[in-house]
Design a protein around this ligand. Structure first.
Ligand code: FAD
Ligand code: SF4
Length: 509
């Protein structure tokens, strides 16, 4: 019988896709674990294990539903470890007359599949992944002719289009955005909740990675793998979020605390980015939960969460497809330094970086403000090359896939796009970090000093950054105040000297 081969990539685990509505004996689905995907960057060991486990579970679900599926593990004897070569092989072997795939979310894979289809002697067809709220092209059209793509404008459009937290044409509580209520420091450990984690034994996959010489970073507790790797587990994490964490999410969204890496964050990014959960089902469930529990959950907790998903997440994907492949080459400040080694070990005297990097290595997770205002902030102040910064973020986090990693890293965090995503660089001195965390308390450095042996490196590097980039930033209306303060400062040369010393000795900080 003539057969169609349908490819499912590791981040396309969307069981609600229309492809799977009916079982068709003419369709053969294929999923493959490949070194091509484990080696385009060095990934965290939990990330590789998480993806492979989730893929295996998905294949089993498809099989249980009656679909035909070919699943190649990493050590399958016919696995060439390359997507194109594997597909050529399968098409020949199974006498395939048509090839079909779901639109990938990464430019790299998009190009590879376009090239493959050109080289195939059979017809091919691509389908939407049916995951996002907008098409790849929507954002570019929405902001046509604009230099800056304002996220808030896009977010409001999504709220209206999908009728989320709306009453007619107006926001349900009369206000669109509660960002200003989301800036509290966390102080009370009694408020902490146990995270919803799983405890899977993953030693077999760990052994497979070692046998196949897959190079990874970070550590994993082989007997207690924590991440959700099926749709059912993703739903459990979502329910846990609604019941236990949502009532404090917004208020402590920007807080950092040494005693808990997760605080009130949802830990849903992996389930979302692998498409085990859909963004719309997540926000609808959160909205419904809030509507039923308004007596104890404030709108500001909920709006902040929904904004991240239908706002930032969706918006970043739009920017990615509007601006790739050029986006991956942008370097507005011309930064060229190498990332210090402590990003790979966590061994530094800077308490904020030690904690944020340490938990990234042990949990493959850091929340948004740790990524933006600690590791990202330091990399930007220290003038690290965006390629280096991208490779680190793309490897270390369980949720890192280029479309959402690069736009956040190169765009929001490093301002390497010169202001497409953000209106100004996210940089700060120790002031902000101390305001939002308990990191400075136990630090070797002194948060209040700008110069001297124990001066916090963030303080002098902050002013050095503004000073060295004056011609690029002074005219930015959102930054003017910083230059006015700098002008009035008395000990400028001492601060700059201190920063120069730190820049020359980054490895020793
Ligand atoms: P929560 O705080 O509970 O937020 C809920 C959801 O909102 C997240 O699961 C995520 O899907 C979405 N979200 C929140 N902020 C953003 C954002 N800025 N962009 C897109 N989606 C967002 N997110 C990734 O999914 N993959 C990445 O590779 C990634 N790299 C980042 C790199 C940098 C430098 C920065 C500053 C942020 C990055 N983010 C990335 C965004 C954000 O940090 C993570 O989505 C979040 O920390 C995931 O944890 P959570 O699920 O507990 O999030
Ligand atoms: Fe980080 Fe400086 Fe605070 Fe230390 S003093 S934790 S280096 S901000």
């Amino acid at each position: 019988m003539a057969k169609t081969l349908r490819l499912i990539l590791g981040d396309q685990l969307n069981i609600q896709h229309s492809w799977f509505d009916e079982v068709d004996p003419e369709h053969i689905y294929v999923m493959m674990e490949m070194k091509q995907e484990t080696s385009y960057v060095r990934h965290h060991v939990q990330k590789v294990i998480g993806f492979f486990l989730a893929m295996r579970n998905f294949a089993e679900t498809l099989q249980n539903h009656g679909h035909q599926i070919i699943y190649w593990k990493l050590d399958h004897p016919e696995n060439t470890q390359n997507l194109t070569a594997n597909l050529h092989q399968l098409i020949e072997k199974h006498n395939i007359f048509k090839f079909e795939y779901l639109l990938p979310d990464e430019y790299r894979l998009d190009q590879q599949l376009l090239d493959l289809c050109i080289s195939l002697p059979i017809p091919s067809k691509k389908f939407d992944s049916e995951h996002f709220l907008t098409t790849r092209e929507f954002l570019a059209g929405f902001f046509k002719g604009k230099k800056t793509f304002l996220m808030e404008t896009f977010y409001r459009e999504m709220r209206k289009k999908y009728n989320i937290l709306m009453e007619g044409k107006e926001p349900i509580t009369g206000k669109w955005n509660y960002d200003h209520d989301n800036r509290n420091k966390f102080r009370d450990p009694l408020m902490l909740k146990e995270p919803k984690v799983f405890a899977k034994n993953v030693s077999q996959i760990r052994d497979l990675l070692q046998k196949m010489e897959v190079e990874t970073i970070g550590t994993v507790d082989e007997k207690n793998f924590e991440w959700p790797v099926s749709r059912e587990e993703g739903i459990q994490v979502l329910d846990h979020f609604c019941e236990m964490l949502l009532d404090n999410f917004g208020e402590y969204q920007d807080a950092m605390y040494t005693g808990d890496p997760f605080l009130f964050h949802s830990r849903l990014s992996f389930s979302l980015n692998t498409k085990m959960l859909s963004p719309l089902e997540v926000v609808r469930k959160v909205e419904q939960y809030w509507l039923a529990h308004q007596d104890r959950i404030n709108i500001s907790q909920v709006e902040g969460f929904i904004r991240q998903i239908i706002g930032w997440r969706e918006y970043m994907r739009g920017v990615y497809w509007a601006k790739m492949p050029e986006y991956a080459t942008l370097n507005f400040f011309g930064h060229e330094r190498k990332l210090p080694k402590f990003y790979w070990t966590g061994k530094t005297n800077m308490s904020c970086l030690k904690h944020s990097i340490g938990q990234s290595l042990s949990r493959s997770y850091a929340h948004h403000i740790q990524r933006l205002m600690v590791t990202g902030n330091f990399a930007l102040l220290a003038g690290i090359a965006p390629d280096e910064v991208d490779a680190w973020y793309l490897g270390i986090y369980i949720d890192a896939i280029q479309w959402v990693e690069i736009t956040n890293t190169r765009g929001m965090s490093q301002f390497a796009d010169g202001g497409i995503v953000g209106t100004k660089p996210y940089v700060s001195s120790a002031n902000y970090i101390d305001k939002m965390s308990d990191y400075c308390k136990g630090c070797y450095y002194d948060k209040s000093l700008k110069s001297g042996e124990k001066a916090c490196p963030f303080n002098s590097l902050y002013w050095h950054f503004y000073h060295r980039n004056e011609n690029k930033l002074a005219k930015n209306p959102r930054i003017g105040m910083a230059y006015k303060t700098w002008e009035k400062m008395k000990d400028k040369s001492k601060i700059l000297e201190q920063a120069e010393w730190y820049l020359a000795n980054l490895e020793d900080l």
